[in-house]
Ligand binder design. Structure first.
Ligand code: ATP
Ligand code: MG
Length: 555
């Protein structure tokens, strides 16, 4: 039952099919989803896919999505992460109905635990974690009952209260569900519900020294919020049985869990724990380093929310894990920036061209479109003079057959300006070409060309006296192998040592007006975004090249 304005001409993914069937059967009048990050790091591209899925569902179907911080682990969590997560979700273009915290439910969860104990469905275990592991059994052998399993309800209630009151040291006792030590699903063999941890929590301070485990917090939080479709990744499939068991035994709102495949991107890692190591050990400059697959890193690099949403839409929702090619993400951002980014000329590896028949000391204004894909962006002025920079690679002393750029005796057009012909060049003592000497054809000015000459090559260029020096940061893959996490040894052994190149570029004056974060197409060079580091001199991050050089290089 798609609402009219939310209906799209696309086939539904399997989760959408489930929801559509549920709505049609009248099971729900609206659906409620949640995005449940643990605030222990910055969000990455994998989270983006979960965000697009959860928020996307309630854009498509009647209902809403909550943002719930899954903050049951006091040690690794921080309010810095909470703020960054909220910022990233909003930037992605989504707004949550309620901002919630699993820690807000600590009192309720404590009551739920007492209820399970009272029903004889949970007990306090004095075993150490090693002892618990020893009795757990294996997938093919049943486990054995803990010696504390048959404690009376009264004793359990008293001990659990003492646990809460801080009478016991960390790790000395746990609260466990009393299910079945021979259960075929290992997670059902008396799972731990609460552990003792004398730790400060970023929201509840020192109020608690016992904290619920994931399995005793997640489903109950879903239920408290009457989440209809609780969507998580595949590793939680075996947890579903426990999720349902606890809800059933407590007789609370029956939320349901659905699983989809985790999304992994090649040449990077998508795990907050691993990304944290890269930050802490200074392999990158921070969580928002443009090489990071974090949402904040991608934003700084020049990715747009639209391109990330498009990527998530294209990879869709799968039931089986697979590795997604970062080339697809790059394709999506090229598509988007091609429509939006203003064009500017920047020479990254300069070679001076002297136009010998152009008067000295004269500046002539040329014009070029800001974006041929969007005429509403108008045209800009570009100063032209006797000396211009072109790229070194755009000149060849002895050109190959299909080389349509500058070479002795050959003509090219300087974009938005004139046709020039190469008459001569200068070499230094090392045989390096230091200067090219050309003449221009006065009647060939772009827009008013009367020569009828058809040149094959058009080059970008920058007038030497008007050139603005900028810092350009060129990025490559952060890892030199597709899947560093599955290699032998430490994943950090596979970091690409050459993932950042800093060079000086020479830009036309119009680039001075760039705003922080704004994206441009540097003609023939790629898409670049202005970095916040630009206080002293303009700094640009290369988002992506214009074409996929990586594939071409045979990698
Ligand atoms: P990480 O290992 O990076 O910490 P996580 O799953 O522990 O990931 P959470 O903060 O618990 O991170 O995740 C919030 C939500 O995002 C969860 O529903 C989780 O399933 C989803 N999610 C996390 N990583 C991915 C991924 N690579 N692909 C799809 N969804 C993901
Ligand atoms: Mg997690």
């Amino acid at each position: 039952m798609l609402t009219d304005e939310k209906r799209e001409e696309k086939s539904l993914n399997f989760i959408e099919e489930i929801i559509e069937a549920d709505l049609q059967a009248g099971k729900y009048s609206q659906i409620i989803t949640r995005f449940p990050p643990e605030p222990n790091g910055y969000l990455h591209i994998g989270h983006a896919s979960s965000i697009c899925l959860n928020f996307g569902l309630t854009k498509k179907f009647p209902g809403y999505t909550n943002l719930r911080f899954d903050d049951t682990n006091p040690v690794t969590e921080d309010t810095e992460y909470v703020e960054s997560i909220k910022n990233d979700i909003r930037w992605m273009g989504f707004e949550w109905e309620n901002e919630l915290y699993a820690s807000d439910y600590f009192d309720t969860l404590y009551q739920y635990a007492i209820e399970l104990i009272s029903k004889g469905l949970a007990y306090v275990d004095d075993s150490t974690s090693e002892e618990i592991a020893l009795l757990k059994g294996t997938p093919t052998e049943p486990g054995k009952d803990s010696p504390y399993r048959s404690r009376s309800v009264e004793e359990n209630l008293a001990l659990f209260e003492q646990m809460k009151n801080g009478d016991f040291p960390d790790g000395s006792r746990t609260l466990r569900a009393k299910i079945d030590m021979a259960h075929i699903n290992m997670l059902m063999r008396d799972p731990i519900l609460y552990r003792i941890k004398h730790a400060h929590h970023h929201r509840t301070g020192n109020k608690w020294c016992i904290y619920p485990m994931y399995d005793f917090a997640h489903g109950q939080s879903d239920s408290i919020e009457t989440v209809t479709h609780s969507i998580c990744t595949l590793e939680f499939v075996p947890h579903r049985e426990l999720y349902d068991w606890i809800i059933e035994k407590l007789g609370i709102y029956p939320s349901h869990q659905y699983e989809f495949a985790r999304r992994n991107l090649n040449y990077t890692v998508t795990s907050k724990r691993k990304l944290l190591q890269l930050v802490q050990e200074k392999h990158v400059k921070g969580w928002d380093d443009p090489r990071m697959p974090t949402i904040s890193g991608m934003r700084r690099r020049g990715y747009t929310p639209e391109s990330i949403r498009d990527f998530c839409e294209r990879i869709g929702v799968a039931r089986r894990e697979n590795m997604v090619d970062v080339g697809l993400l790059e394709f999506c951002v090229r598509e988007d920036l091609n429509k939006k980014a203003l064009r500017r000329m920047v020479v990254l590896d300069p070679l001076k061209v002297v136009i010998t028949n152009f008067p000295e000391g004269v500046t002539e204004m040329c014009h070029s479109e800001n974006n041929p894909e969007d005429v509403s962006t108008g045209v800009r002025e570009i100063p032209f003079s006797r000396e211009v920079y072109i790229e070194k690679e755009d000149f060849m002393e002895v050109p190959s057959k299909k080389y349509f750029r500058l070479a002795p005796g050959k003509m090219v057009r300087l974009k938005g300006a004139y046709i020039i012909q190469c008459d001569d060049f200068v070499k230094d003592e090392n045989g390096e070409i230091t200067e090219v000497r050309c003449s221009y054809i006065e009647s060939s000015k772009s827009g008013q060309d009367t020569t009828g000459i058809n040149v094959k090559g058009t080059l970008h260029w920058v007038s030497v006296p008007h050139a603005q020096e900028i810092e350009v940061r060129l990025y490559d893959r952060l890892f030199s192998v597709e899947d560093a996490s599955s290699q032998e040894g430490d994943f950090k052994d596979y970091i690409n040592p050459d993932s950042l190149h800093v060079i000086t570029g020479y830009a036309e004056p119009a680039l001075n007006e760039a705003k922080e974060g704004e994206s441009f197409q540097f003609l023939r060079k790629g898409y670049f975004a202005k970095d916040p580091d630009s206080a002293e001199k303009l700094v640009f991050n290369r988002t992506v090249t214009l074409r996929d050089n990586w594939a071409k290089a045979g990698n």
